[in-house]
Design a protein around this ligand. Structure first.
Ligand SMILES: *Cc1c(COP(=O)(O)O)cnc(C)c1O
Length: 387
């Protein structure tokens, strides 16, 4: 049988007939009830009971001490870098394999993105390659690490947990300590993913989540910053709410603030979604098992599976074509999308995108190889029947 046709038949054995989105939200809980309560309360914007309660419930869910609810994941990343002390002109290391927001947040924080490669099995920053790169380019001048090639300070490290698969955070934490780097995890895709017994997003100074409509759970648009540090948490909340000093009537502000807070109406949706999130994650795992079965015995490649010692939320299922079969990628995607079955490649390597071409980068052969070989599959929890 023709390769693309065989691929679709295997997909169809899991998703059934008809159109299928890449990742669509499920609203089967208290969404309408809480939205109505929120509207009736009159508090729909940045102040209200739902946003406070969402922060507490989300912190509990991931096991964080503090949570600040924000407008989206991108602003959450930008804010984390800013409150973490990243200064204009500082370099921030990040994987070339990520959604563009990881890089744009660095630029919006005034810093310089510096791209590094991922490894072939975690799909997150490769700690050995990162160490080799830093040893080659970084020079300690009275304890401050400077990029010898650019003269700028290297100050931050932002690992990302690709499609929900945890990066090698244990080793990345060691490197961050050794080179005195602020560690902020981009955990936008990894709600419900653990390295050992610790939730992703809790390894660095701060972790950041996204509740966009295509993520594990949604607030429509939304994000969160989590931290164990009470000072970072209170500064993040203060800066995200225009840096206004609390007062009965006075508009007094002690810094240039942002308007980055999550509106109460979005948080109402979030509280309802959080009640179902454990169920969503269970379905993602079931879906992985179904696809695993459907694609067993194909010589074309394999399904991305979790590494030992980690628990993946399996947010997006991904099929990795074997190195010799990469040339089938576009033919398969064209055939699927032609039948309204939404599949996607991984993101184009960030260091190859026009707005980022002039920024520093380590060699990124693994990122480029994965980009050429991976196809993301329909991953909506609703594909798995029964709640
Ligand atoms: C979704 C996502 C973001 C951004 O989140 P938004 O809420 O859409 O701003 C950042 N990084 C990664 C890796 C993401 O997947």
């Amino acid at each position: 049988m023709e390769v693309a046709e065989d691929f679709i038949q295997r997909l169809r054995s899991v998703i059934g007939a008809g159109r299928q989105g890449l990742h669509e939200p499920t609203f089967n809980g208290n969404e309408k009830r809480y939205l109505e309560e929120c509207i009736d309360s009159g508090y729909v914007s940045s102040v209200g009971e739902f946003v406070n309660s969402f922060e507490h419930k989300f912190a509990d869910f991931v096991g964080a001490s503090f949570c600040v609810a924000l407008a989206n994941g991108t602003t959450a990343l930008q804010l984390a870098l800013t409150v973490g002390g990243i200064k204009p002109g500082d370099e921030v290391l990040l994987p070339a394999l990520s959604f563009v927001a990881t890089a744009s947040a660095v630029v919006h924080a005034g810093a310089v993105p510096h791209f590094v490669d991922v490894d072939a099995d975690s799909w997150g920053i490769d700690p050995s390659a990162l160490r080799r790169h830093l040893e080659a380019i970084a020079e300690s001048r009275s304890g401050i690490f400077i990029n010898k090639e650019t003269g700028r300070r290297i100050r931050g490290l932002v690992p990302m947990h690709t499609l929900g698969h945890p990066s090698r955070v244990d080793q990345l934490v060691e490197i961050a300590e050794e080179f005195d780097l602020l560690l902020v995890e981009d955990a936008a895709e990894s709600l419900g993913s653990y390295w050992g017994k610790t939730h992703t997003g809790l390894f660095g100074s701060m972790g950041v989540f996204s509740f966009n409509g295509n993520k594990t759970m949604t607030t429509g648009g939304g994000g969160a910053l989590v931290t164990a540090d009470p000072e970072l948490a209170s500064r993040a909340k203060h800066l995200s709410t225009t840096a206004r000093i609390a007062h009965q009537w006075e508009f007094d502000h002690d810094e240039v603030g942002f308007n980055f807070r999550m509106p109460n109406v979005n948080a109402a949706l979030g509280v309802a979604q959080l009640e179902q999130t454990q169920g969503f994650i269970a379905k993602h795992r079931t879906l992985f098992n179904l696809y695993q079965e459907a694609f067993s015995g194909t010589a074309l490649g394999k399904l991305k599976s979790e590494r030992e010692g980690t628990l993946s939320n399996y947010w997006l299922q991904a099929f990795e074509l074997s190195p010799g079969e990469a040339h089938f990628r576009d033919e398969i995607m064209r055939a699927c999308i032609g039948q309204d079955v939404q599949v996607r490649p991984l993101w184009k390597p960030l260091n190859g995108l026009a707005p980022y071409l002039s920024y520093p980068s380590a060699p990124t052969p693994v990122t480029e190889d994965l980009y050429a070989r991976v196809i993301c599959l329909p991953s909506s929890p609703a594909i798995v029947k029964g709640m």
